[in-house]
Design a protein around this ligand. Structure first.
Ligand code: G6P
Ligand code: ZN
Length: 543
């Protein structure tokens, strides 16, 4: 077994996006491509000699090959110990949990989240720092800079390692520990939630379904929901993780989680339904014939947090990404909590949590989480909801109706246009920007425009500034229309239009969001000229 130094040349475009480096599997399969990136990470993160690295992924195609290479490179570069999930599996929140629990130097997570998997689909890798959260921009920029100058990488020359059995062995002076991917995480969940109350709820005739979408949460959900909490076998559907996620698109929304949606909107629908994504950090919450928007879900969790043991002492503050609706802002105002508005991307919450400024965070993109880890956490959100339901003993829909009565309703919807030509997408945003000085003071969708800008964020903890985080058209009554390009796609551009309108009158809380927002939707089309500029006349996905 010897350490090899392999000569290499830079690849174009190894710039980490919203959540690490995501490319087609075929791109990652090019000789040296992944190794270059991993070496660039190791060259950017400081002195880790003798320290611990956590490695795991969502089990998608190429996960195993990638992990073999990373372990051999970690040993060659001087890590003292690697903790790797059995079979190469760790959900993203579980990886965050393992990094924190073991005081690891950092972790490499292999995932392209909810993007489809398979030989012709997507793969991804990201580095998380010692707090368990995604590397901040300073680190990802350093990684990108290293990828552009790389000349060689270090790797141990040896046969593939057996990662399918829990246990430990040595690799060129580095300790490899193959760990059970579920147990640390399950223990953390049990420390936060009232498992006894949830067990009683599930034994009382309350019915639920959890859709793991053939992705990583299958084993976690089976162990926790069906194992610890006694939900009947079959509660977890699509629970066998597959390398191609069963050919599906494991994004828990109304479009892609159709198996679950059919059940929850069918005859004999269960009381509660939930789904998680490819790597287990996203969640969708449904009641019987009822969809909870992620923005509302965050607001409900904040308003009910003290019902849950882990948050019974109260929460420090809340944060949401800019495009997420302001529903949680209203809860924060009524509880006297600080509320932060950050750019899209979970990494922006890390500093706020580390500084103890916020406890709960959420994004419209089906992400919710708290300071228990530094990633959003799908199953955690499901357990939080179950704990609230066990305590309140009311249907999901009633909890929402009651919430809106108290705080008003922020009607909200996101319209995505996927796979748009990049130049056309840029033209749509430019078209809106070109009206920044003329729109304020005029009327759109029956409301007065108060301000237009490119959202910019100054991190209150470290003072770093992130510019151009979305084009905003803000209205005097608090309504908002936001245009943004996705930072997580791997082909073409995705335009996201986020629409929000506030309704205080409880008599008008029962509308379908698309109906309530119809005038905003029309105004967004006319302001952006999306149809003539892109040739698209309807969104690919509506959430
Ligand atoms: C990932 C990130 C989230 C982000 C989401 C959407 O899930 O972890 O923080 O909100 O992608 O990002 P996008 O740039 O595609 O809108
Ligand atoms: Zn994800």
């Amino acid at each position: 077994m010897r350490i090899q130094t392999v000569s290499t040349e830079p690849f174009e475009g190894q710039q980490p996006g919203t959540s690490g480096l995501r490319k087609k599997v075929k791109v990652f399969q090019q000789p040296h491509y992944l190794a270059n990136f991993v070496q660039a990470v190791f060259d950017s993160i400081g002195d880790f000699a003798g320290q611990t690295l956590v490695v795991g992924g969502d089990g998608r195609f190429f996960n195993r090959e990638a992990i073999q290479m990373i372990l051999k490179m970690a040993a060659a570069n001087g890590f003292g110990r690697v903790l790797v999930g059995q079979g190469g599996i760790l959900s993203t929140p579980a990886a965050s949990c393992v990094i924190r629990k073991n005081k690891a130097f950092g972790g490499l997570i292999l995932s392209a989240s909810h993007n489809p998997a398979g030989p012709d689909e997507d793969f991804g890798i990201k580095y998380n720092i010692g707090n368990g959260g995604p590397a901040p921009e300073g680190v990802t920029e350093a990684v990108f800079a290293h990828t552009r100058n790389i000349e060689f990488y270090n790797i141990v020359d040896c046969a593939d390692l057996d990662l399918d059995h829990v246990g430990s062995f040595e690799l060129a002076g580095m300790q490899v520990e193959v760990i059970d991917p579920v147990s640390d995480y399950a223990e953390l969940m049990e420390s936060l939630f009232d498992f006894t109350a949830i067990r009683a709820l599930l034994a009382s005739g309350f019915t639920m379904k959890f859709d793991a979408m053939h992705a990583v949460t299958g084993p976690y959900a089976k162990a926790i929901l069906e194992g610890c909490l006694g939900a009947p076998a079959g509660t977890v559907m699509n629970g066998e993780p597959k390398e191609d996620f069963g050919g599906g698109h494991p994004d828990p929304n109304l479009t892609y989680a159709h198996d679950l949606v059919e059940i929850m909107y069918g005859d004999d629908a269960p009381d509660f339904g939930a789904a998680s994504d490819g790597d287990g950090d996203r969640n969708m919450i449904l009641g019987n014939h009822f969809f909870v928007t992620p923005s509302d879900s965050l607001a409900v969790l904040a308003a009910n947090a003290t019902r849950v043991p882990g948050y019974a002492g109260g929460i420090a503050g809340v944060a949401r990404s800019m495009p997420t609706s302001a529903a949680v802002d209203r809860v924060a105002a009524s509880l006297g909590l600080d509320c932060y508005e950050t750019p899209t991307g979970w990494k922006f919450f890390g500093n706020l949590m580390d500084a103890g400024r916020v406890t709960l965070c959420g994004e419209e993109s089906f992400g919710t989480g708290s300071g228990h880890v530094r990633e959003k956490d799908g199953l955690w959100a499901v357990l939080f909801w179950l704990n609230i339901l066990a305590d309140r003993k009311e249907p999901v829909a009633d909890i929402l109706v009651d919430h809106w009565k108290q705080f008003g309703r922020n009607y909200y919807s996101r319209h995505d246009y996927e796979g748009v030509d990049a130049a056309a997408a840029a033209a749509v945003l430019k078209r809106v920007r070109d009206q920044f000085s003329t729109l304020p003071g005029t009327e759109l969708a029956g409301r007065m425009v108060s301000l237009c800008d490119d959202f910019s964020y100054t991190d209150p903890v470290d003072g770093s500034v992130s510019r151009n985080q979305g084009v905003r058209v803000l209205f005097e009554d608090g309504s908002r229309m936001i245009f943004r390009l996705s930072g997580t796609g791997t082909s073409g551009a995705t335009i996201r239009i986020y629409l929000e309108s506030y309704e205080a009158d409880a008599g008008r809380h029962g509308l379908d969001a698309q109906v309530a927002l119809a005038d905003m939707i029309e105004a967004a089309a006319s302001v952006s000229q999306l149809q003539p500029l892109t040739g698209r006349d309807k969104p690919t996905v509506i959430t």
